[in-house]
Every structure is written in structure tokens, then in C-alpha cells.
Design a protein around this ligand. Structure first.
Ligand code: 5GP
Ligand code: ZN
Length: 111
């Protein structure tokens, strides 16, 4: 755990958030500023700065994040979803604990 990391604190239960799904290696909770009817963040329990670092250190944990994201999209929407991982400030990353955004529940526009 990184003591300065918001998502580590959420994983540890130090900041209360409504969890929508959990596994041994990842947790899923609603984004505080949703961009779609379903906007859930899926984060590994272990601290890595971004999914690039996670992929290098623990590819199975990254696979688990994607698996939990897929489960959330089926449970909360119709299984159709967009998965976004921002890596680095240029991509818009603001929280430096690896995470995936699940966006679903509406017709999403193209890029
Ligand atoms: P990023 O821009 O790093 O890919 O995404 C970070 C996301 O975390 C943003 O969509 C932001 O709304 C969300 N977020 C920031 N602080 C909190 C918080 O305290 N609780 C929750 N649930 N989401 C947060
Ligand atoms: Zn962290």
C-alpha cells in the first residue's frame, strides 16, 4: 500500500466507497464524477502507478482487472461497454494507481 494513494486508501477501506464488485486481486467502485450511466473504476488491490507498470510487474493482475470489468458490465448493464485505461498525464491520468474505467449503459459516441 502507498500511504499517499487515494485508491490504496479505498482498497484498504480507509475511505468509504460503495463497492460494486470485488475479487481476490481487484475491486470495482463507481466513479465520483460519472461520464456515463454506468461508470465504474476497476483497480488492482496492489499499488502500481498505471496499467503499463502493472502489465510489466503482474500481468495476471491486469487480466483479473479486465475480467472483473467484464463482470461489472454484465451485472450493471447489458455486457456492452467501453474500457479505458489512461496511462500518464498526457492521456489524462490523474490518479496514479492503475485502474480501468468501465463506461456502459448508453450509446457511446465514437472517438
Ligand atoms: P484518471 O483520470 O486517472 O484515468 O481517472 C481517475 C478517476 O477517478 C476520475 O474519473 C475521477 O472522477 C475519479 N475519482 C477521483 N477521486 C475519486 C474519489 O474520491 N472517489 C471515486 N469514487 N472516484 C474518484
Ligand atoms: Zn495505490
Amino acid at each position: 500500500m502507498n500511504a499517499d494513494c487515494l485508491f490504496c486508501k479505498i482498497v484498504a477501506g480507509e475511505i468509504r466507497t460503495e463497492m460494486v464488485a470485488e475479487s481476490d486481486t481487484a475491486v470495482a467502485f463507481r466513479d465520483i464524477n460519472p461520464k456515463a450511466p454506468v461508470h465504474v473504476l476497476v483497480v488492482p488491490r496492489s499499488h502500481h502507478a498505471d496499467v503499463s507498470a502493472l502489465a510489466g510487474a503482474d500481468p495476471q493482475a491486469l487480466a483479473d482487472v479486465i475480467g472483473l470489468a467484464d463482470q461489472v458490465a454484465s451485472d450493471l448493464a447489458d455486457g456492452q461497454y467501453r474500457l479505458i485505461c489512461n496511462v500518464g498525464p498526457k492521456a489524462g491520468q490523474t490518479i496514479f494507481h492503475a485502474h480501468a474505467h468501465v463506461l456502459a449503459g448508453t450509446q457511446l459516441s465514437g472517438f
